[in-house]
Design a protein around this ligand. Structure first.
Ligand SMILES: NC(=O)c1ccc[n+]([C@@H]2O[C@H](COP(=O)([O-])OP(=O)(O)OC[C@H]3O[C@@H](n4cnc5c(N)ncnc54)[C@H](OP(=O)(O)O)[C@@H]3O)[C@@H](O)[C@H]2O)c1
Length: 316
């Protein structure tokens, strides 16, 4: 019997029961420098509305995505339906402004802009976003961003704090601080790269909600290495492209879409509370559900799991 990988799950200690997959709304802001294509406001709103009507009713956004445009478009969709529906969940992330200023004042100002964009008066979960752009001491300084987020939580405007970023060693340090209830890693726990493995174990043992973003490595494992030979927002190295073709071959032989294997690789992991998938068209919602429900034969998994993968952390 196959497991229902879309079964709703606890989000650590934050919420008892949320969707297993959240919609990564970064590309919905239209970020052609990052994703290589534009997204219209109409498509973005239609994608958010389709998500909220589906079992994938969890939205991931950030103040930084197209400098507020992702949040603004999510907010336009929410206004159309009178706010976040019952059972749906939304989180955002706060970090530096486009000039690189990551002070506590900036984070606080941007958080208030997020409330306006999203048309809400409080947010259950807010992440410190990409703190690798500043030093550890800057993050924790008096008047710095962590202190600002803690103050907003103490005021009741934020329910819980999380940390979202890249470098695994840095993420582990933030998890060990004991201040955060959730952690987002990205592009580091996929078929191609599993550098985040120790972070997932530590965070899950400590009871944090663990969110795994970019299970397709930003697209190569969904669109396929021939069509989209990019990994983590840049041209993929030839070794990664070759390995993606090997995964593609295995899946083809078993009649399984590569995206189904890439998505289920994350959904199956008991340490992961939620998998964040980027998408920019409403029809992607049903495709994602179909990938999550795809019956992947055990022999296919045996071959997939026998393939080599990268352990080394990514540069970005
Ligand atoms: N520091 C952080 O906190 C951080 C970092 C990275 C990512 N994230 C979050 O995680 C989310 C997910 O990461 P990601 O979007 O970079 O990468 P991803 O989820 O690995 O891949 C997204 C790509 O996959 C494609 N795709 C999705 N479903 C597809 C389908 N059914 N068929 C064909 N292609 C499909 C999308 O194409 P279409 O556009 O054509 O739908 C998009 O190009 C982001 O959107 C962001 O919200 C957070």
């Amino acid at each position: 019997m196959t497991t229902n990988l879309l079964k709703r799950r606890p989000l650590g200690t934050i919420a008892p029961d949320v969707a297993a997959i959240s919609i990564g709304c970064a590309p919905l802001g239209s970020m052609p420098d990052t994703f290589d294509y534009e997204v219209t406001e109409q498509n973005a709103i239609a994608t958010v509305l389709a998500a909220l009507e589906s079992p994938l009713n969890y939205l991931d956004t950030a103040a930084a995505y197209a400098d507020g445009e992702s949040e603004r478009r999510v907010g336009l969709a929410l206004r159309q339906i009178g706010g976040l529906p019952e059972g749906a969940f939304l989180h955002t992330k706060e970090g530096r402004n486009p000039d690189g200023d990551y002070s506590g004042e900036t984070v606080k100002r941007r958080f208030h802009r997020s409330l306006e964009h999203l048309d809400v008066d409080r947010i259950d979960l807010v992440f410190l976003h990409d703190p690798e752009s500043i030093s550890w001491d800057e993050a924790w300084a008096t008047g710095g961003p962590v202190e600002a987020l803690q103050a907003l939580r103490d005021e009741g405007l934020i329910g819980h704090l999380g940390v979202a970023g890249g470098p695994v060693e840095m993420e582990i340090r933030f998890v060990e601080s004991g201040v955060f209830d959730a952690v987002i890693t990205h592009n580091r726990y996929t078929l191609l790269n599993r550098a985040a493995d120790p972070l997932l174990t530590l965070a899950a043992e400590k009871g944090l909600a663990v969110l795994n973003a970019a299970p397709y490595g930003s697209g190569i494992l969904a669109k396929g290495p021939a069509q989209y030979p990019r990994y983590a927002y840049q041209t993929a190295e030839s070794g990664a492209v070759d390995r993606a073709f090997r995964f593609q071959d295995i899946c083809d032989r078993h009649g399984v879409p590569l995206a189904a294997a890439a998505l289920q690789f994350s959904l199956r992991d008991p340490r992961i509370s939620n998998t964040i998938v980027g998408m920019t068209r409403p029809e992607r919602i049903q495709q994602t559900i179909d990938f999550a429900n795809w019956d992947i034969p055990a022999a296919c998994w045996d071959e997939i799991l026998a393939e080599p993968f990268d352990h080394a952390d990514l540069i970005r």
